[in-house]
Design a protein around this ligand. Structure first.
Ligand SMILES: Nc1ncnc2c1ncn2[C@@H]1O[C@H](COP(=O)(O)OP(=O)(O)OP(=O)(O)O)[C@@H](O)[C@H]1O
Ligand SMILES: [Mg+2]
Length: 449
């Protein structure tokens, strides 16, 4: 059976044969050994047109040019066939040391040759300076290697050649080219975002028609943005992204709606933790945010900024140095959001807290009201597990009518009453548990039931 893993292995085997021929030719050319051809670029890479391996799809997606293809492969070799590079350990008889022009570094535990930018420059450019400069461009910030977090040369000490850094393929692409599936980024300081998902459906979302209508506007944008911007050539006139503010009381379905939009449109939704960004990562923030935006753009993610007022709240007067940093971050974020070619959703409990200048730049502002009695009834009706039964006598109509609760709060009550049933060892939801659950929620929110 052909799996992504075996398809990668098959294609990379051919790529390695090509690589070995290129390396051999470069060495012959360099040492005047009269190879059959005059330029390594005359050796065409394998044709992977028919292949559906993740590696082949990557090559096609980027229409990967000769140099980029060779560099990706070179970066992958220590992991997949390290011995191919052993020839580069040769000793230079004139200097009694290795060849500077081969680059390469020793690893801490890896026994083989770890290729550097210099190695790439040697193989691709030999001693042609113009070609060398062209190779250096591959490692700059505006190249898609960096923008899409594919590959970089490891940072080097001040004053040293940037090409002396080891070629480093990102974890994500290393994984994609070997095991074959995309590994999801983990939540950490480098990546303060977490994927959110839901198993619920649009039908489960209970909101006024006007709110649903506004949500479908975002859906339409996601589904048709390419045609609108590209085919209809509106990209000069319209901004490339869509930013929406979801505001309303806690538990009214803002996070749920964002997850549903992702599910409906087949995009992943990443929730960015702004509290973490605003306080802890001053200085590092822009870098990690930039990373998230770059990845999101490339992968068609929806970015969801929860508690957006933490950053986009009314500008505070600059008193502490802390605030000054915060404001720099706000300007950076604003700019990045405006340039972003995707969907950004900001959530806040209070629109009044948000900066007016900021609000004007948004494509949509969607209010999530507390549910009315009839809406509460719909939420109650689908809230319980199908494995439970309600105690005879429970009238959900009356419960919905009487208690003014948000959907999130209703779910808290349902969790409470369900756990009570489980702890009794049965599956019956009791009226008394519903009532005490509701009282607890009112207490939590500091209001009287
Ligand atoms: N409008 C709604 N329709 C159906 N279920 C809802 C609705 N609102 C909330 N719920 C239920 O409550 C849960 C919590 O809601 P959600 O997290 O989306 O609220 P929120 O508006 O993001 O709240 P917060 O402002 O506190 O972040 C949902 O997963 C869902 O089960
Ligand atoms: Mg939420």
């Amino acid at each position: 059976m052909v799996t992504p893993l075996t398809a990668n292995a098959r294609d990379l085997e051919r790529e390695l044969t090509w690589f070995a021929a290129v390396l051999d030719t470069r060495l012959k050319l360099y040492f005047g050994k009269e190879p059959a051809i005059q330029d390594v670029r005359e050796l065409p890479p394998p044709v992977l047109n028919g292949s559906e391996s993740p590696y082949a799809r990557f090559v096609r997606h980027y229409e990967l040019p000769f140099a980029e293809r060779l560099v990706v492969l070179l970066a992958l070799i220590p992991l997949i066939r390290p011995q191919i590079l052993d020839v580069l350990w040769s000793r230079n008889e004139d200097t009694q040391r290795g060849f500077t022009e081969f680059g390469g570094v020793h690893g801490a535990t890896h026994g083989g040759f770890i290729p550097t930018g210099e190695t790439a420059a040697f193989i691709l450019a030999g001693d042609d300076l113009a070609e060398r400069f062209a190779i250096m461009r591959l490692f700059e910030g505006d190249h898609f290697f960096a923008r899409h977090n594919i590959l970089q040369v490891a940072p080097v000490a001040a004053g040293e050649s940037m090409l002396s850094g080891a070629l480093t393929l990102s974890r994500e692409f290393r994984h994609l080219f070997t095991a074959g599936s995309e590994s999801k980024p983990g939540f950490n300081t480098e990546f303060p975002a977490r994927r959110i998902e839901t198993r619920l459906d649009w039908d489960d979302l209970v909101l006024p028609a006007a709110t649903l209508e506004q949500l479908s506007e975002i859906k339409h944008w996601i589904l048709h943005r390419r045609r609108l911007l590209v085919d209809w050539e509106m990209n000069q006139k319209l901004s490339p992204g869509f930013t929406s503010l979801f505001h309303g009381p806690p538990g009214t379905g803002k996070t749920l709606s964002a997850s549903l939009l992702g599910r409906h449109c087949g995009c992943e939704v990443y929730k960015v933790d702004l509290s973490m960004i605003a306080s802890k990562y001053i200085g590092e923030t822009e870098k990690s945010l930039a990373r998230i935006f770059d990845l999101a753009e490339h992968k068609n993610w929806i970015l969801f900024f929860d508690e957006a007022d933490a950053l986009f709240g009314k500008r505070t007067q600059v008193e502490h140095s802390h605030d000054r940093y915060a404001n720099q971050e706000v300007s950076f974020l604003l700019q990045r959001i405006e340039d972003f070619h995707g969907v950004v959703i900001l959530a806040s409990n209070l629109k009044g807290n948000m900066d007016d200048a900021f609000i004007r730049r948004l494509q949509s502002i969607i209010y999530f009201p507390l549910p009315k009695p009839a809406e509460r009834l719909r939420i109650w009706r689908s809230a319980f597990s199908p494995r439970t039964v309600l105690e005879p006598g429970i009238k959900l109509e009356a419960v919905a009518e009487k208690h003014d609760l948000a959907g999130g709060t209703i779910m808290n009550v349902v969790r409470f009453a369900s756990l009570k049933a489980l702890s009794r060892g049965d599956n019956v939801i009791l009226q008394a548990d519903l009532e005490s659950g509701i009282r607890r929620e009112f207490l939590k929110e500091g209001r009287a039931g």
